[in-house]
Design a protein around this ligand. Structure first.
Ligand code: SF4
Length: 533
């Protein structure tokens, strides 16, 4: 193990900071020691899907090997602590302390971590070691935390659409020379809701997989040995689903642009049994690890549009996800402060049911979508928002319980991503003072609550289900439909001043008292039977 300088800085690189162009990496100088750590605590503070764990660790080992190649003759050493290394103390804090004791650095430097918990940890450790800490901005993002705060400060509601338009103007992506959006509309979301009809999507191009090299195989062995109880599946094939090097990440991006971008837009919201990917990009994990830069991803999609290989609705939807939604939710996460992840505006207190860990449930939509997550560590935003998340919202699962599940079970799960997306958008739990009368959420001004009819329209799941999405009473009543009405009845008062909920709540008002009582009783029974209460 490297042990050289006693005077250089300790440059801490976390697993989601594998960006060779980061200011930290470019600014490494003679005598610095880079510290990278694989610690058990990071796979256990929330249970982490085995593919997520393998992907992070393998990508880190590849990055460290590249760093050694490029920096060793510049007098920079890389101290890499493997999961099963002798003496590994198992947490970031204790490993930084151990390295500092060993190397006696002049100071600690890192890039902004992706999580309040990790930022607070490194600040505390530097404090206790009496070492100066320099936290560099993460230039991978297009908007700094300060720029977002300037945009958000004083606004009653934080609406992604307005932020997105600013981003379009700033980047010039899909803008005319006159400064208008190409095609005349800023947002083509309405054109992105096509479904497949009863014949389904037909043959969908299989996404690229990546041969496991010796590094990834060694990680798999170490993970199986040190963390045998991780959730999720990892098939014993010779290839891996997720890119772990920049070269592989670029190949994954190319594969998406060539084979799936064209149909990505129209079928962005559609779901189908046995097809977790459809036309989605699958590059979010590589972007979140910083193996890909969002600017290069947008520019490749824009090039496809300019060459006539992809329609505007696909390219606009893709660009919006990257420069709009992704930057927006990261801005919200830091702007709202460390207490954001503890909010619970609707005061939901239910347990996360066991079937989220096994997929064993009669409801075909949940069985299918949770099964996809267990098998692959991924599925797209609609199963996340409108099936698995919608169920947790309607059933009253505690927002922290489901947010932790999303954080650990998705290969692209990092706290700045999953907290606003899950606790905010899915669970409508992120309300705070000052949002205005009747507004109970920050990221969403109304909850994304839907009955089984939405799932029926957007997928074929209901055709294989013992329940009927059109029924809300009786043995065949779809639990989504029962819980939807029960949710509206339970929260009628919370939403009574929300103009966007007025039409929906009128339907609740029209119900006869005995109908409301029956739905309330059935909702309670279901929550009990499904292990939530
Ligand atoms: Fe899901 Fe209800 Fe459809 Fe069954 S009937 S798949 S529970 S929405």
């Amino acid at each position: 193990m490297a042990k050289k300088s006693e005077n250089g800085r300790l440059a801490v690189v976390f697993g989601d900071q594998l960006d060779p162009d980061a200011a930290l990496i470019k600014g490494l100088r003679k005598g610095d020691n880079v510290l990278m750590m694989e610690v058990v605590e990071e796979s256990q503070h929330v249970p982490s899907h085995i593919q997520r764990t393998v992907m992070f660790l393998s990508a880190m080992r590849h990055f460290a090997a590249d760093l050694r190649d490029t920096h060793q003759d510049k007098g920079v050493e890389v101290r890499y602590i493997e999961l099963d290394a002798k003496g590994n103390t198992g947490s970031f804090a204790t490993e930084i302390e151990r390295a500092a004791k060993d190397l006696k650095p002049s100071s600690i430097v890192c890039t902004e971590p992706g999580e309040w918990r990790v930022l607070e940890m490194i600040e505390d450790v530097a404090d206790s070691l009496k070492l100066e800490l320099e936290v560099l901005p993460d230039e991978h993002f297009m908007t700094t935390r300060e720029e977002f705060a300037k945009w958000a400060d004083g606004r009653k509601s934080l609406t992604m659409e307005y932020f997105y338009r600013e981003q379009r103007k700033k980047t010039g992506y899909l803008m005319t020379k006159k400064g208008d959006p190409v095609g005349g509309d800023w947002n083509l979301d309405k054109e992105n809701r096509e479904t497949f009809g009863k014949d389904g999507p037909g043959k969908v191009p299989a996404p690229k997989r990546f041969p496991m090299d010796d590094i990834t195989k060694a990680v798999v062995n170490a993970v199986r040995k040190k963390l045998p109880d991780l959730p999720g599946e990892l098939d014993d094939t010779e290839d891996f689903r997720w890119p772990v090097t920049r070269k592989e990440a670029l190949a994954a991006l190319k594969d998406f642009i060539k084979n799936r971008l064209e149909k990505f837009g129209p079928f962005e919201d559609a779901m189908w049994t046995g097809e977790p990917v459809l036309y989605h990009s699958l590059i979010s994990p590589a972007i979140n690890l910083k193996l890909l830069n969002p600017r290069e991803c947008c520019e490749k999609a824009l090039a496809a549009y300019n060459e006539g290989d992809a329609p505007l609705q696909s390219v606009e939807g893709f660009v919006r996800q990257l420069i709009g939604w992704r930057e927006f939710i990261r801005g919200v996460y830091w702007f709202e402060g460390p207490g954001y992840g503890k909010r619970n505006s609707l005061e939901a207190g239910g347990k996360l049911p066991e079937f989220y860990w096994t997929g064993e449930i009669d409801m075909a939509c949940l069985r299918e979508t949770i099964g996809q997550v267990l098998e692959t560590g991924h599925n797209h935003h609609i199963p996340r928002l409108m099936v698995m998340g919608n169920f947790a919202l309607l059933a009253g699962v505690h927002p922290r319980a489901i947010t932790d599940w999303y954080l650990g079970m998705f290969v692209d799960g990092i706290d700045w991503v999953t907290t606003p997306n899950t606790l905010g958008m899915v669970m409508h739990a992120d309300g705070r003072d000052g949002l205005g009368k009747g507004v109970t959420g920050l990221v969403g001004t109304k909850p994304y609550a839907a009955s089984g009819q939405y799932i029926k329209r957007m997928s074929n799941f209901c055709t294989n289900c013992r329940y009927d999405p059109g029924k809300k009473t009786g043995d065949e009543a779809c639990p989504f439909s029962v819980l939807y009405w029960d949710f509206l009845i339970r929260h009628q008062d919370d939403f009574k001043d929300n103009q966007r909920m007025a039409m929906i709540l009128k339907n609740v008002d029209r119900m006869k008292p005995e109908q409301r009582a029956e739905l309330t009783r059935d909702g309670k029974r279901l929550r009990k039977e499904l292990g939530i209460e």
